[in-house]
Design a protein around this ligand. Structure first.
Ligand SMILES: *[C@@H]1O[C@H](CO)[C@@H](O)[C@H](O)[C@H]1NC(C)=O
Ligand SMILES: *[C@@H]1O[C@H](CO)[C@@H](O)[C@H](O)[C@H]1NC(C)=O
Length: 392
């Protein structure tokens, strides 16, 4: 008991110390998120989210396209982080009974759809090792040498190929966005699938230094025809160890004249309505204000709403919510488990430590669209073409 207390105090103290170095600007709540009001686009339109669950040769794939009369602007392939899966991007519906609906994921799906993008999420095959993706690290030759028919990238490629051909999306630009383990995965994809992706976005995982140079070396000497795709890197202020690697990545991309976007994410304050704007349908306005009050009373947030400690390490926030007797909207239990809780996800994001964020999506899609428009047609990525047609 005493030891646990000391450990907690220690974690709190070190959290305070780090805080001094990571302070960034306060980002006002976006219009999409509801500004100062309780209703976000997500909280009003999440009913439009309806994933189609399919299994292609053992690979779990969930997807949705914008309404049939909307021309498709692009396809966004999403790669989850460890401990997560494709089911997090959609709420539970008849067409996806196992969907789990986490807020940042669902907001990415919704805003991609609203902009005319189809969203395709695939689950990694590795159920035993916490659902992390098979790493795509190292030089291209080595990645290819390590590949077999069970490799995640081969399975993801087969699923994408099957779906894109069946739905007739071959002419539509294909982009990839991944978070954490999924970020490393999507940063590896152009190495093994050159000329396929029109843009890559990684949230919280940088590429190995010299990764882009390595690709461009093959571009120069091998048969690779398409330059490394435009790349967006989203990193969080508290992932301090990684920030140096992100800097190296950005310098490398700039030197190679590859269009690059850097999006830093800073700690933000919790507001009384913050969770109602995001954790739909689980947290309503009353619940959101009650949680805010409970965390304030328990000292988990300071007077301005900033988190006083890392919610992954100091989990007292759970007891504060439970002890305050707060229920989900409609009366059920709130989901509070690690990596399986809307509230937990939002607290991690507010703390700006290793979490998915949908905040950067607008910037990322703007960046992809601008980069595509600036690329001469003959130099653009070709998407998934007919070369893997053996898989039906
Ligand atoms: C959802 O994503 C959009 C687009 O990036 C962003 O503007 C908004 O703040 C996000 N969150 C909510 C709750 O709308
Ligand atoms: C289905 O997956 C298995 C193993 O993952 C692989 O050996 C096989 O070639 C795949 N089938 C097709 C038609 O691609």
């Amino acid at each position: 008991m005493a030891l646990a207390l000391i450990a907690t105090a220690g974690a709190l103290a070190s959290a305070f110390e780090v805080q001094r170095d990571i302070q960034g600007p306060i980002m006002p709540n976006s219009q999409a998120a509801g500004g100062k009001g309780p209703k976000s686009i997500l909280s009003q339109l999440y009913n439009q989210l309806s994933g189609t669950y399919e299994v292609f040769n053992g690979t779990e794939t969930i997807w949705q396209r914008p309404p049939a009369d909307t021309p498709l602007k692009g396809i966004l392939f999403f790669a989850h982080s460890c401990g997560h899966a494709a089911k997090d991007l959609w709420p539970r519906t008849e067409s996806c009974p196992h969907c789990f609906g986490l807020p940042e994921e669902m907001n990415i799906t919704l805003h991609s759809l609203l902009r005319g993008y189809a969203v395709v999420a695939v689950s990694s095959s590795n159920k035993h090792e916490n659902s992390c993706w098979h790493g795509l690290w190292g030089p291209r030759d080595e990645m290819l040498r390590r590949t077999n028919e069970r490799s995640d990238w081969v399975k993801a490629r087969a699923a994408l190929h099957h779906l894109i051909h069946r739905e007739g999306w071959q002419q539509v630009p294909l982009y990839a966005l991944g978070v954490s383990s999924g970020g490393g995965f999507v940063l590896g994809l152009p190495m093994v699938m050159p000329g396929v992706f029109s843009g890559i976005a990684s949230v919280v995982t940088p590429a190995f230094p010299t990764h882009f140079q390595e690709y461009m070396r093959h571009y120069d000497v091998d048969q690779i025809e398409t330059a490394w795709p435009p790349t967006a890197l989203v990193h969080m202020a508290r992932d301090a160890v990684l920030s140096g690697v992100f800097k190296l990545n950005m310098a490398e991309l700039q030197e190679l004249e590859i269009p690059a976007l850097e999006v830093p994410v800073y700690p933000q304050p919790l507001t009384p309505l913050y969770l109602a704007q995001r954790c739909v349908p689980e947290v309503d306005e009353t619940g959101s204000m009650a949680i805010y009050a409970a965390l304030q009373k328990g000292g988990f947030i300071n007077a301005e709403g900033y988190l006083n400690a890392n919610p992954r390490l100091v989990t007292a926030w759970r007891d504060m919510i439970i002890n305050a007797g707060i229920k989900a909207a409609g009366g059920g239990e709130l989901r509070l488990g690690p990596e399986a809780s809307p509230i937990s996800e939002e607290l991690n994001l507010l703390y700006a430590s290793n979490e998915l964020t949908s905040e950067a999506l607008t910037d990322i899609l703007d960046f992809f669209e601008k980069a595509l428009a600036a690329t001469p047609v003959e130099d653009r990525a070709k998407g998934i073409t007919g070369e893997y047609l053996e898989w039906v």
